[in-house]
Structures are given as C-alpha cells and as structure tokens.
Write a protein that binds this ligand. Structure first.
Ligand code: 6GU
Length: 245
C-alpha cells in the first residue's frame, strides 16, 4: 500500500482526476490511498492567511511557512517510511526512474507550491526532495502532483493488470512505441500496413521492433545508447539509418 498526501491550497483540483480509471480502481482495491489536505485549514485566525509579502521587497507573494509545516506534520506518522516532496520549478526533473524509486516508499507527502514560491525555511528543514515535471511554467504544483501520483501509482504492484504492465515494460526498455492500428482495414482510402494483416507473427514482431527503433531514432535519438542495445537492435538501427528517407 502506498499512501499519498497532497497538500494544496486548491483541494478541489484533484476530485475528478482521482476518481477516474486506474487511479480510482487502485484506491478501491486498497493498493494506494490518496488524501487531499487543504493547507488553509492550518492557517490561524479568522482570515486563514496563507501568503505574505517577500522580505526584501519585490513582486508577488510568498507562501507562509507555518501553515505548510503544520500541514506536513499533521500527515506524518511514526514508523512509516515516507518522503516529503515539494513540487516546484526549481526541483529535480521528474523522470521514469524517479517514479520507480518513489513507488517503493510507504507514504509520499506532496506539497504543492503556489505564488512566487514557498518560504525557503520549509524547503531547507521540512522537505526531503524537490521535483519539477519539466521545463515550462505552471500556475502551481497541483498539475505536477497529479502527474507524480499517476506515474508512481502505475508502478505499485497490482495497480496495472498483467497486460498493461507488460506494455509498460516497452517504454522502460528505452524505446518509443511502435505504431498501432485497428479496424477498419481501409480508412478513407488509407490502408493498414499489409504486414499486420498477414498473420506472420515473427515478421510482425520484426516490423514492430523496426518501427519502434525508427521512431526513436527520428524523435528521441538520445535514447539509443549503443551500449544499451542488443545485437538485433543494433543491426535494425543500422538498417534504419541506411534506408533513411
Ligand atoms: Cl512542480 N510547479 C510549477 N509551478 N511549475 C512547474 C512545475 C512545478 N514543474 C514544471 N513546471
């Protein structure tokens, strides 16, 4: 069981996504648990203020430390192996390998940053890791937290069926997917590659491997490290390069 605690100023952001498809099924099966916590509930006073002006001046507001710290502390439990993760553009870039590592913990407390940032003392003393999901600007960490929950949950044993997890392996092997087709055989005059209709399973497998390598070479050549390719894959890659359109 992997438990996620999402700390946010916008708890409603998560209600629909957490109740669809594989994420909903994983929760209903008790394989993961997702709690959404409103940081504002931990802010004092009638006005429950969660932001303030930056010391030193400048534009924008900063998330106050105390409500975030109290929210974190309210979710920590002794004897549970967990991480506190801040979602921020300054974090380490989230990739499949990090998803795999995170899937091994018992609890992930995901803190969604907003405004111009969170008081640095939170990061320095109450956060274990900082994650960014890529080089673009979001309004806050919420969409990023969703990405992390989805990518990590898929790797919790039992969350995917056998068929789904076998397919998942193909990206983990470092290649892009081969092209897929379904009925009709002819769509507005556009045919399906003949080989896929032939019933020659060995040739189909070779075609798929070739197309996966072709796409990877065309779109993400940095994935094709010589030393990580098998003998057959190297041979196919040379053929793909040679017959380069
Ligand atoms: Cl985690 N937060 C924000 N605000 N923007 C981002 C991000 C996170 N990751 C990529 N862009």
């Amino acid at each position: 069981m992997l438990r996620f605690d999402i700390l946010t100023l916008f708890p409603d952001f998560f209600s629909s996504p957490m109740n669809q498809g594989i994420l909903m099924r994983a929760q209903n099966s008790g394989l993961i648990e997702v709690n959404v916590v409103n940081i504002r509930d931990f802010a004092p006073g009638k006005h429950r203020i969660v932001d303030d002006m930056p010391f030193g001046g400048g534009v924008g507001m900063v998330m106050k430390a105390e409500p975030v710290i109290r929210a974190i502390e309210s979710r920590k439990q002794s004897g549970i192996n967990g991480r506190v993760i801040l979602l921020t553009p300054q974090g380490e870039k989230f990739q499949q390998e990090m998803a795999r590592e995170l899937s091994g913990w018992e609890q992930l407390i995901l803190v969604c940053g907003r405004y111009e940032g969170v008081d640095e003392r939170v990061r320095d003393h109450f956060v274990d890791d900082e994650i960014s999901i890529g080089d673009y600007v979001l309004n806050g960490g919420e969409a990023a937290a969703l990405v992390v929950v989805e990518a990590v949950s898929r790797l919790v044993p039992g969350v995917l069926g056998n068929e789904e997890s076998a397919r998942n392996d193909s990206f983990s092997q470092g290649l892009l997917d081969y092209p897929q087709y379904t009925r009709p055989r002819k769509l507005r005059g556009i045919p399906v590659p003949e080989i896929l209709l032939s019933g020659h399973h060995q040739q189909i497998e070779l075609w798929r491997k070739t197309e996966a390598i072709r796409r990877t070479w065309e779109r993400r050549p940095e994935f094709l490290k010589q030393e990580e390719l098998g003998e057959e894959e190297r041979r196919i890659l040379e053929e793909v390069k040679r017959t380069n359109r």
